[in-house]
Design a binder for this molecule. Structure first.
Ligand code: UDP
Ligand code: MG
Length: 319
């Protein structure tokens, strides 16, 4: 149990969100004021926006609202680094500015902002991490539903279990932020990371709303990228599968070889076998390429970590 009311920060990643960002900020300022009135958070709680290299008016709107309201702070990237990097910058930004706990939420307010109160309650009960779990996927397209299900199934199968139906709507405490600082890796997959820490965690259910305005900023390629990064940063199983497949293939080829020699020497009936040969060739070729691809993904992870480039580059920060 905690007794002292926390300073809350709310982090919002924004990429071309000029249609949403103003009303989202206004709504979240209301949420903060409401929680301050209820004596659940301190008066110096604030919103921290991360403009992930938007090409539209998003940053101008943020600057304007910052000049009117001190509860609105933010940072602008020099270019688009992607949603995970924006979230990370948000967490690191509020850690530097100071806060006791931080909630991350999407700029389109698809996640029910009223759940933030429940997050804070769960934090007061002594939890270090509070995960928002969506009640259903009604607002998602069939394609997104299917790919999400496949992703969670694959992750579980590979031994990197993730909380199902949790995206990046969560509260984390200052303690969790401090631990995050000790991890130098660049390719963070936040869902996996906070799940693996083993800190005291609670779950809060919330309803998903349709996107307020504008379009989803994720496409097939970026979702695929997120999934592959999630898998390769949290599971070594695919590499092992490759080894096992290779082993079985080698065994199979060895037995085939014996059989062929046997037919040739004792039965004298080596068949033309062209079709079989082509089929086997394609099958083996395909499997080999697939396995090489998996290894390539891990080599890519290594490559990125070894280069040790900054995770993101800030342009302007409003404190
Ligand atoms: N986002 C971002 N950088 C990107 C893509 C998305 O910061 O490159 C932000 C976006 O502005 C939003 C959040 O990530 O606040 C979630 O994106 P979106 O709502 O488009 O995803 P969906 O809800 O469709 O999965
Ligand atoms: Mg959304």
């Amino acid at each position: 149990m905690r007794t002292e009311k926390p300073q809350l920060a709310i982090v919002i990643p924004c990429f071309n969100e000029e249609l949403c960002v103003k009303s989202t900020i206004e709504r979240l300022v209301e949420v903060i004021n409401d929680l301050v009135l209820k004596n659940k958070i301190t008066n110096n709680s604030y919103i921290y926006l991360v403009d992930d290299g938007s090409k539209d008016n998003t940053w101008n709107i943020i600057e304007e609202l910052h000049s009117k309201n001190n509860h609105v702070k933010g940072v602008k990237f020099i270019k688009n680094f992607g949603n995970q990097k924006a979230l990370m910058a948000g967490l690191e930004g509020v850690r530097a500015l100071g806060c006791d706990c931080v909630v991350t939420i999407d700029a389109d307010l698809q996640q029910d902002e009223n759940a933030i109160e429940n997050f804070v309650d769960a934090y007061m009960e002594g939890n270090e991490i509070v995960l928002g779990i969506r009640n259903d996927r009604k607002t998602d397209s069939i394609f997104k539903k299917m790919t999400a299900l496949m992703f969670y199934r694959t992750m579980n199968l590979l031994g990197a279990s993730l909380p199902v139906n949790h995206s990046d709507y969560r509260l984390v405490s200052k303690k969790a932020l401090e631990i995050m600082e000790m991890f130098p890796e660049k390719g963070f997959f936040l869902r996996g990371f906070f799940n693996e820490l083993g800190l005291k965690t609670a779950k809060v259910n919330f309803n998903v709303k349709p996107r307020m305005a504008g379009e989803s900023k994720f496409n097939f390629a970026s979702l695929m990228g997120l999934a592959l990064n999630g898998i390769t940063s949290y599971s070594m199983v695919p590499l092992r599968v490759v080894t096992v497949i290779g082993l079985f293939m080698a065994l199979f080829a060895f037995l085939m070889g014996i059989e062929i020699v046997f037919e040739k020497i004792f039965l004298h009936n080596s068949p033309a076998g062209w079709a079989t040969e082509v089929i086997l060739l394609c099958a083996f070729g395909g499997i080999q390429l697939f396995c090489l691809g998996i290894i390539g993904e891990y080599v890519g992870q290594l490559y990125r970590e070894v280069k040790n480039r900054p995770r993101y580059i800030k342009d302007i920060e409003l404190k």
